[in-house]
Design a protein around this ligand. Structure first.
Ligand code: ARG
Length: 582
């Protein structure tokens, strides 16, 4: 258990020995550091419970706290807020414990088994800005949850099944009618057929065919027919579909790789289809499917609904399956294969209604046990300066590749030619670009929209990814220069800024708890900035390596090491790589 958590438990015990029962701790890092480092805010609620004056209760607690040698400057403010400060020697001691093992500063929260559905790239379609957020946030949450003890399986959940692929294949058929995939006479092995189509062709065909289906009714019908053929494994069509998935998947993997995002599972929507017959059985038994103009639907309205809740379309009138049903089949698949305690979906908040429909239908049919938590981790959009979703200059959809490129062009300008050799410049600039993009993405609470401002994101100063990287690299280089010095422990925390750093370090578990509860990375992003800025202030005020007082120098090096380790740990949680130089 972390030191701060232990301290919290000890304080609960102290309050109990003062004669008061509290269930939840009211111990927090102080927002009035002039009064004390921590606040204990339980006197007011205890006053109600015990029918006493809160100051009287606070005084009783303070009397007990004063017996504990770890605390100093214990005082009561206002109606009964208790402020306490840790003794410098004790603070130094806690850091020395963390120095020996940084994991002593991490609390295990849960060992629940979680399937985290994120990424969500669609086959044959260029990834766009929205996919960036799902990949970034999903990956970081996965890493955070694992650090805190959860067993997490990340699933890319490829969009490989819906209508659009029917149109893509239709368009290929129009352009290359002689391909053996479309010939009933062909009896050979499709794996030997050369497909004259690359991933970039697919990315061009996809929007073209989708647009065409919107204005051309025959095209729409033909496309639907092909979707049906794929879904029913009709020879040729199904084989071409598989081939396209493969081409596209390779490209998608490359992009995720660049983003430092990786998945334990590469399931697609189509994989769940195996479970569709069983799903249908469950829903039929539950007696909730209704006929509606040739389609089957589920009424999921609840009396307390205040906004419209359309029925879930279980099977369309043409026999194909909707996005909702695909997600229902996926729940069944996950339950059978992995038996998770929770399923988290990291998706755009605009998909919340879709998931509300899916979850309600799943509950109605008892598809999965009630105690399995199904949860949407929704995120807002990345907007342009006009406040609308970020677009290309001519108003088109911004692909993820072009977006990364925009940032890369900025970070490339800022790579220091004195430290980075020319042959490494581009790869370093790429790493920094991803860091810039990711960090900016984590800074606001995930559910809020934010504006894409490339110069700001790429800046080496301020709350940015590059600032964190630059500072962290500098810490490492300081430690490298000190490799002939023996430094073991902090002897003294000499200045206010050193104590501030120590407290920030000690409070890390409080931040991680907040982050996992909100399932948002913003508190970690802010924390990294705070710790790094505090450290930089300290760094600028002292000449660490040439300090003549050896105990002081040793203490400073240990402090540097702890900050460096904390930074690298948290940057890794955020999925941000630290280059060697920049
Ligand atoms: N492929 C979808 C999209 O691009 C996202 C998938 C999200 N996950 C899910 N289980 N539906 O919008």
């Amino acid at each position: 258990m972390s030191i701060i958590k232990n301290l919290e438990n000890d304080i609960i015990k102290i309050i109990t020995s003062a004669g008061y029962d509290i269930s939840e701790p009211m111990f927090q890092s102080s927002n009035r550091p002039d009064l004390g480092q921590y606040q204990i805010n339980c006197a007011m609620s205890l006053a109600k419970k015990y029918g006493k004056n809160p100051r009287e209760i606070a005084t009783d607690i303070v009397n007990e706290l004063e017996k504990d040698p770890r605390f100093i400057n214990i005082n009561i403010a206002g109606p009964g807020f208790i402020n306490i400060t840790l003794k410098d020697e004790y603070l130094a001691e806690t850091l020395n414990i963390i120095k020996t093992d940084i994991m002593q500063n991490i609390d295990q929260k849960s060992n629940n088994k979680v399937i985290l559905d994120y990424g969500g790239a669609n086959v044959a379609k260029a990834l766009h800005v929205g996919h960036l957020r799902s990949a970034n946030i999903g990956e970081a949450l996965k890493r955070l949850a694992k650090l805190l003890g959860y067993q997490v399986l990340g699933d890319a959940h490829l969009g490989d099944y819906g209508r659009p692929l029917g149109f893509v294949i239709l368009e290929i058929k129009k352009r290359y009618p002689d391909l053996p995939y479309f010939s009933e006479e062909y009896t050979g092995d499709f794996s030997e057929v050369e497909l004259p189509i690359t991933n970039s062709d697919l990315e061009e065909i996809y929007p073209y065919a989708s647009a065409k289906a919107k204005e051309d009714l025959t095209y729409l019908e033909e496309g639907r027919d092909i979707t049906y053929k794929i879904q029913n494994h009709v020879r040729g069509y199904y084989d071409l579909w598989k081939k396209i998935v493969e081409i596209s998947k390779n490209d998608i993997k490359k992009i995720y790789d660049d983003l430092n995002v990786s998945f334990e599972l590469w399931q697609g929507e189509s994989d769940a289809m195996e479970y569709f017959p069983k799903l249908q059985e469950i829903f039929e038994e539950a007696n909730i499917l209704q006929d509606s103009e040739g389609a089957k639907i589920i009424d999921i309205k609840k009396e307390e609904d205040t906004s419209p809740m359309p029925p879930l379309l279980f099977i369309k009138s043409n026999g194909t399956i909707s996005y909702e049903t695909t997600d229902l089949a996926t729940i069944l698949e996950r339950k059978i294969k992995y038996n998770p305690d929770e399923i988290w979906y990291c998706v755009d908040t605009r998909q919340e209604l879709h998931f509300e429909q899916v979850f309600r239908a799943a509950r109605l049919a008892n598809l999965i046990s009630d105690d399995v938590n199904l949860e949407v981790i929704g995120f807002g959009t990345m907007n342009g300066k006009d406040g609308k979703p970020f677009k290309t200059r001519d108003g088109g959809v911004m692909t993820l590749k072009s977006l990364i490129n925009l940032v890369y062009e900025e970070t490339l300008k800022r790579i220091n030619p004195q430290t980075v050799p020319p042959e490494e410049r581009e790869s370093v600039a790429k790493t920094v670009a991803i860091a810039a993009l990711k960090y900016a993405d984590f800074l606001p609470y995930r559910g809020t929209d934010y504006v894409f401002e490339v110069e700001k994101f790429a800046d080496l100063e301020g709350k940015t990814g590059p600032y964190l990287l630059y500072s962290t690299i500098r810490m490492k280089s300081l430690l490298n220069k000190a490799n002939n010095i023996n430094y073991q422990k902090i002897h003294i925390l000499n200045s206010d800024i050193e104590k501030e750093i120590a407290l920030t370090i000690l409070n890390l578990p409080l931040i991680l708890t907040k982050a996992i509860e909100a399932k948002s990375l913003n508190d970690i992003a802010e924390y990294l900035y705070k710790l790094t800025s505090q450290y930089n202030k300290f760094y600028n005020e002292n000449k660490i390596l040439v300090e003549e007082n050896e105990q002081l120098r040793e203490s400073w090096l240990v402090l540097t090491e702890i900050v460096y380790k904390t930074n690298t740990l948290l940057l890794d949680v955020l999925g941000i790589k630290v280059p060697e130089k920049m």
